[in-house]
Design a protein around this ligand. Structure first.
Ligand code: GLC
Length: 487
Protein backbone atom coordinates (compact mmCIF):
# COMPACT_ATOMS: atom_id res chain seq x y z
CA UNK A 1 0.00 0.00 0.00
CA UNK A 2 1.69 3.27 -1.09
CA UNK A 3 2.10 5.97 1.53
CA UNK A 4 -0.75 8.49 1.77
CA UNK A 5 0.17 11.88 0.34
CA UNK A 6 0.09 15.27 2.02
CA UNK A 7 -1.44 17.73 -0.40
CA UNK A 8 -1.82 21.49 -0.11
CA UNK A 9 -4.62 22.54 -2.46
CA UNK A 10 -4.41 26.26 -3.21
CA UNK A 11 -7.41 28.14 -4.55
CA UNK A 12 -8.92 31.62 -4.64
CA UNK A 13 -12.29 30.14 -3.67
CA UNK A 14 -13.86 27.11 -2.03
CA UNK A 15 -17.57 26.42 -1.67
CA UNK A 16 -19.26 27.07 0.80
CA UNK A 17 -16.68 29.49 2.24
CA UNK A 18 -17.03 31.69 -0.81
CA UNK A 19 -19.81 32.43 -3.21
CA UNK A 20 -18.01 31.34 -6.32
CA UNK A 21 -18.48 29.22 -9.38
CA UNK A 22 -17.04 26.01 -10.79
CA UNK A 23 -13.58 26.54 -9.34
CA UNK A 24 -15.02 26.85 -5.83
CA UNK A 25 -17.00 23.65 -6.26
CA UNK A 26 -13.98 21.71 -7.48
CA UNK A 27 -11.96 23.12 -4.58
CA UNK A 28 -14.53 21.50 -2.30
CA UNK A 29 -15.32 18.21 -4.00
CA UNK A 30 -11.88 17.14 -5.27
CA UNK A 31 -10.19 17.47 -1.84
CA UNK A 32 -13.08 15.57 -0.22
CA UNK A 33 -12.68 12.79 -2.81
CA UNK A 34 -8.91 12.71 -2.19
CA UNK A 35 -9.54 12.53 1.56
CA UNK A 36 -11.80 9.52 1.02
CA UNK A 37 -8.93 7.82 -0.82
CA UNK A 38 -6.89 8.17 2.37
CA UNK A 39 -4.79 11.23 1.55
CA UNK A 40 -4.26 14.15 3.85
CA UNK A 41 -5.49 17.26 2.10
CA UNK A 42 -5.47 20.85 3.29
CA UNK A 43 -7.16 23.51 1.20
CA UNK A 44 -5.87 27.06 1.53
CA UNK A 45 -7.92 30.08 0.44
CA UNK A 46 -7.94 33.83 1.15
CA UNK A 47 -9.94 34.82 4.24
CA UNK A 48 -11.79 37.77 2.76
CA UNK A 49 -14.53 39.86 4.34
CA UNK A 50 -17.06 37.77 2.44
CA UNK A 51 -16.10 34.52 4.21
CA UNK A 52 -18.76 33.65 6.82
CA UNK A 53 -16.04 32.70 9.31
CA UNK A 54 -18.26 32.13 12.30
CA UNK A 55 -20.75 29.95 10.46
CA UNK A 56 -17.89 27.93 9.01
CA UNK A 57 -16.30 27.47 12.44
CA UNK A 58 -13.04 29.19 11.48
CA UNK A 59 -10.63 29.63 14.38
CA UNK A 60 -7.27 31.38 14.37
CA UNK A 61 -4.38 28.92 14.55
CA UNK A 62 -1.31 31.11 14.15
CA UNK A 63 0.49 33.82 12.34
CA UNK A 64 2.52 33.72 9.14
CA UNK A 65 5.48 36.05 8.67
CA UNK A 66 7.04 36.03 5.25
CA UNK A 67 9.08 38.13 2.81
CA UNK A 68 6.92 40.35 0.64
CA UNK A 69 7.58 43.40 -1.50
CA UNK A 70 11.09 43.97 -0.20
CA UNK A 71 10.05 43.71 3.46
CA UNK A 72 8.26 41.34 5.78
CA UNK A 73 4.52 40.85 5.78
CA UNK A 74 2.31 39.00 8.19
CA UNK A 75 -1.04 37.29 7.96
CA UNK A 76 -3.28 35.44 10.33
CA UNK A 77 -3.91 31.77 9.62
CA UNK A 78 -7.35 30.38 10.31
CA UNK A 79 -8.53 26.80 10.19
CA UNK A 80 -11.91 25.17 9.73
CA UNK A 81 -13.16 21.59 9.85
CA UNK A 82 -16.42 22.35 8.06
CA UNK A 83 -15.59 20.03 5.13
CA UNK A 84 -15.62 16.27 5.78
CA UNK A 85 -12.09 14.87 6.10
CA UNK A 86 -10.39 18.02 4.84
CA UNK A 87 -8.91 20.92 6.77
CA UNK A 88 -9.50 24.34 5.22
CA UNK A 89 -6.87 26.98 6.00
CA UNK A 90 -7.57 30.66 5.52
CA UNK A 91 -5.05 33.47 5.09
CA UNK A 92 -6.19 36.76 6.57
CA UNK A 93 -4.76 40.21 5.99
CA UNK A 94 -7.43 42.71 5.13
CA UNK A 95 -4.98 45.31 3.97
CA UNK A 96 -4.13 43.07 1.02
CA UNK A 97 -6.89 40.49 0.94
CA UNK A 98 -10.13 42.09 2.10
CA UNK A 99 -11.74 40.81 -1.06
CA UNK A 100 -10.86 39.01 -4.26
CA UNK A 101 -11.88 39.44 -7.86
CA UNK A 102 -12.24 43.18 -7.27
CA UNK A 103 -15.68 42.42 -5.89
CA UNK A 104 -16.97 42.11 -9.44
CA UNK A 105 -18.85 39.17 -10.73
CA UNK A 106 -16.46 38.71 -13.63
CA UNK A 107 -14.41 36.83 -11.16
CA UNK A 108 -11.47 35.90 -13.24
CA UNK A 109 -10.87 38.98 -15.30
CA UNK A 110 -10.17 41.88 -13.03
CA UNK A 111 -7.31 44.16 -13.90
CA UNK A 112 -4.89 45.11 -11.10
CA UNK A 113 -5.47 42.16 -8.83
CA UNK A 114 -1.86 41.17 -9.12
CA UNK A 115 -0.97 42.64 -5.72
CA UNK A 116 -3.62 40.64 -3.94
CA UNK A 117 -2.65 37.34 -5.45
CA UNK A 118 1.08 38.09 -5.25
CA UNK A 119 0.53 38.53 -1.54
CA UNK A 120 -1.55 35.38 -1.19
CA UNK A 121 0.95 33.31 -3.20
CA UNK A 122 3.83 34.61 -1.05
CA UNK A 123 1.95 33.54 2.09
CA UNK A 124 1.20 30.11 0.63
CA UNK A 125 4.79 29.56 -0.51
CA UNK A 126 5.91 30.35 3.03
CA UNK A 127 3.34 28.00 4.53
CA UNK A 128 4.32 25.18 2.18
CA UNK A 129 7.96 25.55 3.18
CA UNK A 130 7.41 25.27 6.91
CA UNK A 131 9.06 22.26 8.47
CA UNK A 132 6.01 21.47 10.61
CA UNK A 133 3.88 21.41 7.51
CA UNK A 134 5.86 20.09 4.53
CA UNK A 135 3.34 18.87 1.92
CA UNK A 136 4.44 16.36 -0.72
CA UNK A 137 2.58 18.34 -3.35
CA UNK A 138 1.29 21.86 -3.74
CA UNK A 139 -1.64 21.93 -6.15
CA UNK A 140 -2.27 25.44 -7.50
CA UNK A 141 -5.41 26.38 -9.38
CA UNK A 142 -5.74 29.07 -12.05
CA UNK A 143 -3.73 32.25 -12.34
CA UNK A 144 -4.68 33.53 -8.89
CA UNK A 145 -2.50 30.98 -7.17
CA UNK A 146 -0.02 30.13 -9.96
CA UNK A 147 2.63 32.40 -8.44
CA UNK A 148 2.90 30.08 -5.45
CA UNK A 149 4.36 27.53 -7.89
CA UNK A 150 6.71 30.19 -9.24
CA UNK A 151 7.99 31.07 -5.77
CA UNK A 152 8.31 27.45 -4.66
CA UNK A 153 10.07 26.29 -7.82
CA UNK A 154 13.04 28.51 -6.95
CA UNK A 155 13.69 26.70 -3.70
CA UNK A 156 16.29 23.96 -3.55
CA UNK A 157 14.04 21.95 -1.24
CA UNK A 158 10.50 21.93 -2.36
CA UNK A 159 7.34 19.88 -2.79
CA UNK A 160 6.07 18.67 -6.16
CA UNK A 161 4.11 21.32 -8.06
CA UNK A 162 0.92 20.89 -10.06
CA UNK A 163 -1.01 23.69 -11.70
CA UNK A 164 -4.57 23.19 -12.90
CA UNK A 165 -6.08 25.50 -15.52
CA UNK A 166 -9.82 25.87 -15.07
CA UNK A 167 -10.17 28.51 -17.76
CA UNK A 168 -7.34 29.65 -20.03
CA UNK A 169 -8.97 32.97 -20.85
CA UNK A 170 -7.93 34.35 -17.51
CA UNK A 171 -4.19 34.64 -16.99
CA UNK A 172 -3.63 37.36 -14.44
CA UNK A 173 -4.04 41.07 -14.30
CA UNK A 174 -2.60 41.67 -17.70
CA UNK A 175 -3.62 38.81 -19.88
CA UNK A 176 -3.89 38.65 -23.58
CA UNK A 177 -7.13 40.65 -23.62
CA UNK A 178 -5.79 43.76 -21.98
CA UNK A 179 -2.43 44.53 -23.51
CA UNK A 180 -0.59 44.85 -26.76
CA UNK A 181 1.24 41.82 -27.95
CA UNK A 182 4.67 43.35 -27.42
CA UNK A 183 3.86 44.02 -23.78
CA UNK A 184 2.86 40.43 -23.21
CA UNK A 185 5.03 38.77 -20.58
CA UNK A 186 7.16 36.10 -22.26
CA UNK A 187 7.47 34.42 -18.86
CA UNK A 188 11.14 33.71 -19.53
CA UNK A 189 12.69 36.91 -18.25
CA UNK A 190 13.55 37.30 -14.60
CA UNK A 191 10.59 37.96 -12.34
CA UNK A 192 10.43 41.70 -11.55
CA UNK A 193 10.08 43.00 -7.99
CA UNK A 194 6.47 43.42 -7.02
CA UNK A 195 6.94 47.14 -6.48
CA UNK A 196 8.35 47.73 -9.97
CA UNK A 197 6.24 49.02 -12.84
CA UNK A 198 6.77 45.80 -14.74
CA UNK A 199 5.13 43.73 -12.03
CA UNK A 200 1.63 44.43 -13.22
CA UNK A 201 2.48 42.98 -16.63
CA UNK A 202 3.43 39.63 -15.22
CA UNK A 203 1.38 36.84 -16.75
CA UNK A 204 0.79 34.62 -13.73
CA UNK A 205 -0.55 31.69 -15.68
CA UNK A 206 2.33 31.50 -18.16
CA UNK A 207 4.85 31.74 -15.35
CA UNK A 208 3.00 29.11 -13.35
CA UNK A 209 2.96 26.74 -16.32
CA UNK A 210 6.70 27.06 -16.70
CA UNK A 211 7.36 26.62 -12.98
CA UNK A 212 5.08 23.65 -12.25
CA UNK A 213 6.27 20.07 -12.64
CA UNK A 214 2.93 19.12 -14.14
CA UNK A 215 0.06 21.12 -15.62
CA UNK A 216 -3.42 19.91 -16.31
CA UNK A 217 -6.75 21.22 -17.37
CA UNK A 218 -10.17 19.92 -16.51
CA UNK A 219 -11.06 17.74 -19.50
CA UNK A 220 -9.11 15.83 -22.16
CA UNK A 221 -10.84 17.66 -25.02
CA UNK A 222 -10.11 21.11 -23.63
CA UNK A 223 -6.47 20.05 -23.21
CA UNK A 224 -6.40 19.20 -26.93
CA UNK A 225 -8.07 22.48 -27.82
CA UNK A 226 -5.50 24.44 -25.84
CA UNK A 227 -2.71 22.68 -27.71
CA UNK A 228 -4.14 23.29 -31.14
CA UNK A 229 -4.17 26.99 -30.64
CA UNK A 230 -7.66 28.22 -31.31
CA UNK A 231 -8.64 28.31 -27.66
CA UNK A 232 -5.04 28.48 -26.46
CA UNK A 233 -5.16 32.18 -25.65
CA UNK A 234 -1.41 32.49 -26.16
CA UNK A 235 -0.62 29.53 -23.92
CA UNK A 236 -0.14 27.00 -26.68
CA UNK A 237 3.64 27.31 -26.93
CA UNK A 238 4.03 27.02 -23.15
CA UNK A 239 1.78 24.00 -22.90
CA UNK A 240 3.48 22.24 -25.82
CA UNK A 241 6.77 22.67 -24.03
CA UNK A 242 5.42 20.60 -21.15
CA UNK A 243 5.04 17.60 -23.46
CA UNK A 244 3.45 14.69 -21.61
CA UNK A 245 3.56 16.76 -18.44
CA UNK A 246 0.45 18.55 -19.65
CA UNK A 247 -2.75 16.53 -19.49
CA UNK A 248 -6.54 16.69 -19.21
CA UNK A 249 -8.35 15.23 -16.19
CA UNK A 250 -12.11 15.44 -16.22
CA UNK A 251 -13.86 17.05 -13.26
CA UNK A 252 -16.57 15.29 -11.35
CA UNK A 253 -19.26 16.41 -8.93
CA UNK A 254 -19.97 15.52 -5.34
CA UNK A 255 -22.68 12.89 -5.72
CA UNK A 256 -23.83 13.28 -2.13
CA UNK A 257 -24.25 17.03 -2.32
CA UNK A 258 -25.99 16.69 -5.69
CA UNK A 259 -28.49 13.92 -5.09
CA UNK A 260 -32.17 14.29 -6.08
CA UNK A 261 -33.06 11.56 -3.60
CA UNK A 262 -31.63 13.54 -0.67
CA UNK A 263 -31.71 17.19 -1.69
CA UNK A 264 -33.35 19.32 1.03
CA UNK A 265 -34.08 22.03 -1.56
CA UNK A 266 -36.61 19.74 -3.25
CA UNK A 267 -40.09 19.16 -1.82
CA UNK A 268 -40.25 15.61 -3.07
CA UNK A 269 -37.12 13.50 -3.50
CA UNK A 270 -36.89 11.23 -6.53
CA UNK A 271 -34.53 8.82 -8.28
CA UNK A 272 -34.20 7.34 -11.75
CA UNK A 273 -36.30 4.34 -10.65
CA UNK A 274 -39.38 6.47 -10.14
CA UNK A 275 -39.67 9.86 -11.74
CA UNK A 276 -43.26 10.57 -10.70
CA UNK A 277 -42.20 12.76 -7.77
CA UNK A 278 -40.20 14.86 -10.20
CA UNK A 279 -43.46 16.48 -11.25
CA UNK A 280 -43.54 18.33 -7.93
CA UNK A 281 -40.19 19.91 -8.67
CA UNK A 282 -41.50 20.88 -12.08
CA UNK A 283 -44.39 22.70 -10.44
CA UNK A 284 -42.12 24.30 -7.85
CA UNK A 285 -39.77 25.54 -10.57
CA UNK A 286 -42.62 27.10 -12.55
CA UNK A 287 -43.90 28.79 -9.41
CA UNK A 288 -40.49 30.17 -8.52
CA UNK A 289 -39.82 31.24 -12.11
CA UNK A 290 -43.23 32.95 -12.29
CA UNK A 291 -44.36 30.87 -15.27
CA UNK A 292 -47.88 29.40 -15.65
CA UNK A 293 -48.41 25.64 -15.49
CA UNK A 294 -48.65 24.05 -18.90
CA UNK A 295 -47.70 20.69 -20.27
CA UNK A 296 -45.05 22.31 -22.49
CA UNK A 297 -41.43 21.25 -22.17
CA UNK A 298 -39.33 23.38 -19.81
CA UNK A 299 -35.87 24.41 -21.02
CA UNK A 300 -33.50 25.67 -18.34
CA UNK A 301 -30.20 27.49 -18.39
CA UNK A 302 -28.10 28.06 -15.25
CA UNK A 303 -24.92 29.94 -16.06
CA UNK A 304 -22.71 32.93 -15.53
CA UNK A 305 -24.09 35.17 -18.21
CA UNK A 306 -21.00 35.78 -20.32
CA UNK A 307 -19.87 35.25 -23.83
CA UNK A 308 -18.29 31.94 -22.84
CA UNK A 309 -21.63 30.41 -21.99
CA UNK A 310 -23.21 31.03 -25.39
CA UNK A 311 -25.97 33.33 -24.14
CA UNK A 312 -25.83 35.04 -27.53
CA UNK A 313 -26.94 31.82 -29.23
CA UNK A 314 -29.90 31.53 -26.89
CA UNK A 315 -30.95 35.13 -27.49
CA UNK A 316 -30.76 34.73 -31.24
CA UNK A 317 -32.90 31.57 -31.26
CA UNK A 318 -35.33 32.52 -28.53
CA UNK A 319 -38.17 33.56 -30.83
CA UNK A 320 -38.27 30.33 -32.84
CA UNK A 321 -37.88 28.26 -29.67
CA UNK A 322 -40.75 30.06 -27.95
CA UNK A 323 -42.87 29.74 -31.08
CA UNK A 324 -42.60 25.95 -30.65
CA UNK A 325 -44.49 26.40 -27.37
CA UNK A 326 -41.62 25.67 -24.97
CA UNK A 327 -41.07 27.50 -21.68
CA UNK A 328 -37.58 28.79 -20.95
CA UNK A 329 -36.21 29.49 -17.45
CA UNK A 330 -32.84 31.23 -17.17
CA UNK A 331 -30.97 31.67 -13.90
CA UNK A 332 -27.62 33.40 -13.44
CA UNK A 333 -25.69 36.60 -12.84
CA UNK A 334 -23.40 38.26 -15.30
CA UNK A 335 -22.96 41.08 -17.74
CA UNK A 336 -25.51 43.82 -16.96
CA UNK A 337 -26.27 44.23 -20.66
CA UNK A 338 -27.24 40.55 -21.03
CA UNK A 339 -29.24 40.59 -17.81
CA UNK A 340 -31.07 43.68 -19.09
CA UNK A 341 -31.97 42.00 -22.37
CA UNK A 342 -33.22 38.89 -20.58
CA UNK A 343 -35.34 40.94 -18.20
CA UNK A 344 -36.87 42.92 -21.07
CA UNK A 345 -37.59 39.78 -23.12
CA UNK A 346 -39.19 38.00 -20.17
CA UNK A 347 -41.46 41.01 -19.64
CA UNK A 348 -42.50 40.64 -23.26
CA UNK A 349 -43.13 36.86 -22.97
CA UNK A 350 -44.32 36.50 -19.35
CA UNK A 351 -45.87 33.06 -19.93
CA UNK A 352 -42.90 31.55 -21.63
CA UNK A 353 -39.65 33.17 -20.54
CA UNK A 354 -38.37 33.74 -17.02
CA UNK A 355 -35.15 35.27 -15.76
CA UNK A 356 -33.95 35.04 -12.15
CA UNK A 357 -30.57 36.02 -10.66
CA UNK A 358 -28.41 33.18 -9.35
CA UNK A 359 -29.52 31.79 -6.01
CA UNK A 360 -27.60 28.84 -4.62
CA UNK A 361 -30.63 27.66 -2.64
CA UNK A 362 -32.70 27.32 -5.82
CA UNK A 363 -30.04 26.10 -8.18
CA UNK A 364 -30.98 22.43 -7.99
CA UNK A 365 -34.66 23.25 -8.54
CA UNK A 366 -33.72 24.27 -12.09
CA UNK A 367 -32.11 20.87 -12.72
CA UNK A 368 -34.88 18.94 -10.98
CA UNK A 369 -37.80 20.82 -12.51
CA UNK A 370 -36.71 21.26 -16.12
CA UNK A 371 -36.90 18.77 -18.98
CA UNK A 372 -34.01 20.04 -21.07
CA UNK A 373 -30.85 21.81 -19.97
CA UNK A 374 -29.23 24.30 -22.36
CA UNK A 375 -25.48 24.80 -22.46
CA UNK A 376 -24.45 26.20 -25.84
CA UNK A 377 -21.00 27.32 -24.61
CA UNK A 378 -18.53 28.90 -26.97
CA UNK A 379 -15.82 27.14 -25.01
CA UNK A 380 -16.09 25.04 -21.85
CA UNK A 381 -13.05 23.71 -19.98
CA UNK A 382 -15.24 21.13 -18.24
CA UNK A 383 -18.61 22.43 -17.14
CA UNK A 384 -20.29 21.19 -14.00
CA UNK A 385 -23.90 22.25 -14.51
CA UNK A 386 -24.49 19.76 -17.35
CA UNK A 387 -23.36 17.01 -14.95
CA UNK A 388 -25.71 18.20 -12.24
CA UNK A 389 -28.56 18.61 -14.73
CA UNK A 390 -28.13 15.01 -15.89
CA UNK A 391 -28.05 13.73 -12.32
CA UNK A 392 -31.40 15.42 -11.72
CA UNK A 393 -32.95 14.15 -14.97
CA UNK A 394 -32.74 17.26 -17.15
CA UNK A 395 -31.41 16.19 -20.53
CA UNK A 396 -28.61 18.46 -21.82
CA UNK A 397 -28.34 20.16 -25.19
CA UNK A 398 -24.71 21.26 -25.44
CA UNK A 399 -22.15 22.49 -27.91
CA UNK A 400 -19.54 19.83 -28.67
CA UNK A 401 -16.60 21.61 -27.06
CA UNK A 402 -14.20 20.91 -24.19
CA UNK A 403 -15.66 19.01 -21.27
CA UNK A 404 -19.15 19.09 -22.77
CA UNK A 405 -17.91 16.88 -25.59
CA UNK A 406 -16.34 14.52 -23.03
CA UNK A 407 -19.47 14.09 -20.91
CA UNK A 408 -22.44 14.23 -23.30
CA UNK A 409 -23.15 11.55 -25.92
CA UNK A 410 -25.64 12.08 -28.73
CA UNK A 411 -29.03 10.42 -28.32
CA UNK A 412 -30.29 8.62 -31.41
CA UNK A 413 -33.85 7.24 -31.25
CA UNK A 414 -32.82 4.12 -33.13
CA UNK A 415 -29.60 3.51 -31.21
CA UNK A 416 -30.21 4.08 -27.50
CA UNK A 417 -27.04 4.78 -25.49
CA UNK A 418 -26.78 8.54 -25.58
CA UNK A 419 -27.47 10.90 -22.71
CA UNK A 420 -28.13 14.22 -24.46
CA UNK A 421 -27.85 16.24 -27.65
CA UNK A 422 -24.87 17.99 -29.26
CA UNK A 423 -24.16 20.49 -32.00
CA UNK A 424 -20.77 21.53 -33.38
CA UNK A 425 -20.74 24.90 -35.10
CA UNK A 426 -21.03 27.97 -32.90
CA UNK A 427 -24.05 29.06 -34.86
CA UNK A 428 -27.65 29.84 -33.82
CA UNK A 429 -29.19 27.49 -36.35
CA UNK A 430 -26.99 24.58 -35.38
CA UNK A 431 -28.09 25.16 -31.79
CA UNK A 432 -31.71 25.50 -32.84
CA UNK A 433 -31.57 22.23 -34.77
CA UNK A 434 -30.29 20.41 -31.68
CA UNK A 435 -33.07 21.92 -29.54
CA UNK A 436 -35.66 20.84 -32.10
CA UNK A 437 -34.25 17.30 -32.07
CA UNK A 438 -34.48 17.25 -28.27
CA UNK A 439 -38.06 18.57 -28.33
CA UNK A 440 -39.03 15.87 -30.82
CA UNK A 441 -37.65 13.17 -28.53
CA UNK A 442 -39.51 14.75 -25.60
CA UNK A 443 -42.75 14.11 -27.50
CA UNK A 444 -42.08 10.34 -27.35
CA UNK A 445 -42.61 9.65 -23.63
CA UNK A 446 -41.15 6.16 -23.25
CA UNK A 447 -38.05 7.02 -25.27
CA UNK A 448 -37.67 10.22 -23.23
CA UNK A 449 -37.97 8.45 -19.89
CA UNK A 450 -35.31 5.95 -20.90
CA UNK A 451 -33.05 8.80 -22.00
CA UNK A 452 -33.60 10.65 -18.72
CA UNK A 453 -32.87 7.54 -16.69
CA UNK A 454 -29.66 6.95 -18.65
CA UNK A 455 -28.50 10.51 -18.00
CA UNK A 456 -29.33 10.14 -14.29
CA UNK A 457 -27.36 6.93 -13.95
CA UNK A 458 -24.10 8.27 -15.38
CA UNK A 459 -21.27 8.08 -12.88
CA UNK A 460 -19.91 11.59 -12.63
CA UNK A 461 -18.38 11.13 -9.19
CA UNK A 462 -14.99 12.64 -8.49
CA UNK A 463 -13.51 9.32 -7.46
CA UNK A 464 -12.07 8.25 -10.81
CA UNK A 465 -10.59 11.71 -11.42
CA UNK A 466 -9.21 11.90 -7.88
CA UNK A 467 -7.28 8.69 -8.60
CA UNK A 468 -5.80 10.27 -11.70
CA UNK A 469 -4.77 13.31 -9.66
CA UNK A 470 -3.08 11.01 -7.16
CA UNK A 471 -0.99 9.49 -9.98
CA UNK A 472 0.10 12.95 -11.09
CA UNK A 473 0.78 13.98 -7.49
CA UNK A 474 3.09 11.01 -7.05
CA UNK A 475 5.03 11.86 -10.18
CA UNK A 476 5.19 15.53 -9.19
CA UNK A 477 6.28 14.67 -5.65
CA UNK A 478 9.09 12.51 -6.99
CA UNK A 479 10.14 15.49 -9.07
CA UNK A 480 10.27 17.72 -6.01
CA UNK A 481 12.41 15.24 -4.12
CA UNK A 482 14.50 14.57 -7.23
CA UNK A 483 15.58 18.16 -7.40
CA UNK A 484 16.32 18.06 -3.73
CA UNK A 485 18.70 15.15 -4.24
CA UNK A 486 20.51 16.86 -7.07
CA UNK A 487 21.36 19.94 -4.99
C1 GLC B 1 -14.38 27.12 -14.84
C2 GLC B 1 -14.73 26.61 -16.23
C3 GLC B 1 -15.66 25.41 -16.16
C4 GLC B 1 -15.09 24.37 -15.21
C5 GLC B 1 -14.82 25.00 -13.85
C6 GLC B 1 -14.22 24.02 -12.85
O1 GLC B 1 -15.47 27.72 -14.24
O2 GLC B 1 -15.34 27.64 -17.01
O3 GLC B 1 -15.82 24.83 -17.44
O4 GLC B 1 -16.00 23.30 -15.05
O5 GLC B 1 -13.91 26.07 -14.01
O6 GLC B 1 -13.06 23.40 -13.33
Amino acid sequence: MPRPLRVLFVSAECTPFTRGGGLGEVARSLPIALGKLGHQVKVVIPWTRAVPAERMGVRPVGELRFPFDGGTASAMLGSSRALPGVEVLLVKNWRHLARVYGGRYDRYGVVSEYRRFWFFASAVAHLAGRADFSPDVVHCNDHHTAMAAVFLARRPQRPGLLLTIHNALFQGSFDIRFIRRRQLDNARSELPEMSSRRARFVNFLRRGIRAADFVNTVSPSYAQELLTGEEGMGLCEFLREKGERFLGILNGIDLEANDPARDPALHAPFSWKDLSARLRSRKALLRYAGLPEKSAPILAMVARLYEQKGVGLLLRTLDPILSLGAQVAVCGDGLPALVGVLRALSARHPHQLSYRPFDRERESLYYAGSDIFLMPSRWEPCGLTQLKAMRYGSVPVVRATGGLKDTVREHEPTRPGGNGFLFSEYDPWAFHAAVVKALAAFERPSEWRALQARAMREDFSFEASAKKYVEVYRRAAAEGRGRLRST
